[in-house]
Design a protein around this ligand. Structure first.
Ligand code: AGP
Length: 609
């Protein structure tokens, strides 16, 4: 998730672009850059790190020009570095991009065979090459972009300028957001409304498969197929702060609602249904290595540990390798035994958690093979690993992890399928069915999110509860732990997550009419047993809030409140059952008026012991 901006009009473009990028920094902040069109042609300035570094570089560059494009990056392909920062310039064509080009490897091979040379590791540079080549054959940048995009598959919001056509910006959109702002004798564009709000409140929203040419005199919109589009501008009345959060009250809520996109981006370009396999290369181990693995150890802390627990179930079940999930904060002080036959998977949103990094280092010293599942490219944990499978959730600002958790689940599920296929324990038809199910998750998540009002009512009823118990079996257990952690973190209520089968060994003593018990009870292999727990809670006057598959009347009869989620293949249910629990924690915290995005005593990245 990166941020792009563009400006064309009578004023100096650079300060306006920098201001727009500042408002988009929440979308990415590992490097940034500008391309300005002026009398000297196209000039590019880029800098690694926060935007202030680019601002300093721009001051020194004395740019002069009244149109240009800018970018703030959250790396997905290629580490954060100046060559990988946008804009990418090929010939006199400069490109900024937000999204993922799925077929970039295939296109790169083809371009290289035709003599192209590359100065970055990004997927975006491929677009710059394609447009520059098309520009040589077509009369305008607009047509060249259209021709180039015929070759491109994936997600993109693009803004492109050419030295040969000053005062013009061409933009295009597929699955990534793009807004155009209509000012007085000037036109702007950006990934999101906040970048434009200081200049205009009249906005045009590009739709899927549309492109536009922006100039100081106006905007021409067409579909990628060349049909012209008439669109009315809308007036946006949000404040700049509201706009940054897309109208949501908190980043956490926005991030909960971003999950369908985060999962789609994490899966994008990585699954081949035809071969029932991952389009791999990223994982750092081939069939021979996979067959030699004797144990998988997943290391993580906090929410990432809950994802690791789910990963353990999947890996055991699909690849039949012994697997265990370990709290990294415990492992590091335990003189653990790792061997060369271990595959160690470190799961960390930030990629910087000190305890996880220390545990990874002890595994490394013992010669274990290391795979990182992280959201921040080139962070310390991926750097210490043999291979990385990045989640593409985009930056997560809320301290309580939500979209990164489900993106980790999606990534670990892919690892489990990959291992199963490489070790011969997962047959092709079953793998295909599972991967097809995985691709359905974003749509199922949207349905789960649509039921937010029901969750809000439950939150209203239980906002003053001082304790809450979360129960789940099998893959429901990590979700019970995660539901309890979310509630603790942001609402400061005491909550316990328990394996439902353990209830009779202790926590059943807690149950009375004051105790809400959240039971994760979707239709899975353990359903009947979980219903048994539900009955036990009711028999002791406990208040049951059950998370069930759509239309489950049996569980509904035993529950005071029912939170429904759409049906999915059983193994994938954690990706939707967690959604009502995230919302429940959020709404309770919001009703209590706590600082949801920055709860007391917590930090987003824990780089201390
Ligand atoms: C999640 O809501 C927490 N803020 C916390 O438990 C977090 O998951 C943990 O600190 C691990 O962080 P990491 O994923 O960046 O390694």
């Amino acid at each position: 998730m990166c941020g792009i901006v563009g400006y064309v009009g009578p004023r100096q473009a650079a300060p306006i672009l920098l201001d727009g990028l500042r408002r988009l920094e929440y979308r990415g902040y590992d490097s940034a850059g500008l391309a300005i069109q002026g009398a000297r042609g196209i000039e590019i300035v880029r800098a690694v790190g926060k935007l202030e570094n680019l601002t300093r570089a721009v001051e020194g560059a004395k740019l002069d020009g009244s149109s240009g494009i800018g970018h703030t990056r959250w790396a997905t392909h290629g580490r954060p570095s100046e060559p990988n920062a946008h804009p990418h310039l090929v010939g006199d064509v400069a490109v900024v991009h937000n999204g993922i080009i799925e077929n970039h490897l295939e296109l790169k091979r083809e371009l290289a065979a035709d003599g192209a040379t590359f100065s970055s590791d990004t997927d975006t540079e491929i677009v710059a090459h394609l447009v520059a080549r098309a520009r040589a054959r077509t009369p305008s940048l607009f047509l060249a972009v259209r021709a180039a995009l015929e070759r491109v598959r994936g997600a993109y919001a693009l803004a492109i300028v050419s030295g040969a056509e000053p005062g013009k910006i061409v933009v295009a959109k597929s699955a990534s957001p793009l807004v155009i702002g209509l000012g007085d004798g000037e036109v702007l564009c950006g990934s999101d409304v906040p970048a434009l709000l200081s200049y205009t409140r009249r906005m045009l929203f590009l739709e899927e498969g549309e492109m536009a040419e922006l100039s100081a005199s106006g905007v021409r919109i067409e579909t990628l197929a060349g049909e012209s589009v008439a669109r009315e501008a809308k007036r946006i009345d949000w404040s700049p702060v509201q706009a940054e959060k897309d109208g949501y009250k908190h980043f956490m809520l926005k991030e909960i609602f971003e999950q369908p996109r985060a999962i789609a981006d994490t899966l994008r370009g990585r699954i081949s249904l035809e071969q029932a396999e991952l389009v791999d290369g990223e994982l750092g181990f081939d069939a021979k290595v996979a067959q030699g693995i004797e144990r998988v150890v997943l290391l993580a802390c906090g929410t990432s540990y809950h994802a690791a627990l789910a990963g353990r179930y999947w890996i055991e079940q699909l690849s039949r390798v012994p697997a265990q999930a370990e709290l990294a904060s415990e492992v590091r002080y335990r003189e653990p035994v790792f061997t060369k036959k271990d595959l160690v998977i470190a799961v960390s949103q930030s990629g910087e958690t000190a305890d996880t990094l220390a545990a990874v280092r002890s595994a490394r010293e013992a010669g274990a093979r290391l795979l990182a599942v992280a959201n921040v490219l080139d962070s310390a944990i991926p750097r210490a690993a043999d291979g990385s499978l990045y989640t593409h959730a985009g930056p997560e600002i809320g301290v309580a992890s939500t979209k990164c958790f489900t993106a980790q689940l999606a990534a670990l599920f892919m690892v489990a399928v990959h291992l199963g296929r490489r070790r011969g324990s997962l047959a092709e038809p079953r793998a295909r069915e599972l991967l097809r199910g995985l691709l359905e998750v974003p749509a199922a998540m949207r349905h789960a999110l649509d039921r937010k009002d029901t969750v809000y009512e439950v939150a209203r009823r239980w906002q003053h509860a001082r304790h809450m118990l979360f129960l789940g079996r099998g893959l429901g257990f990590p979700i019970a732990l995660e539901g309890a952690l979310k509630l603790k973190e942001i609402s400061y209520a005491h909550a316990e997550g328990y394996a439902a089968g353990e209830m009779k060994h202790g926590p059943i003593a807690l149950i009375d009419e004051e105790m809400p018990v959240v039971v994760i009870a979707p239709h899975d292999a353990q359903y009947e047993k979980t219903l048994g727990n539900l009955q036990e809670v009711r028999a002791r006057d406990g208040r049951v809030i059950s998370v069930v598959t759509d239309g489950d009347e049996q569980a509904a009869r035993l529950s005071e409140h029912v939170l429904e989620v759409p049906a999915l293949p059983e193994l994938l249910l954690p990706l939707v059952t967690v959604i009502p629990l995230q919302l429940l924690a959020y709404f309770i915290a919001e009703l209590k008026g706590t600082d949801v995005d920055q709860p007391r005593n917590l930090a987003k990245t824990v780089t201390v012991e």
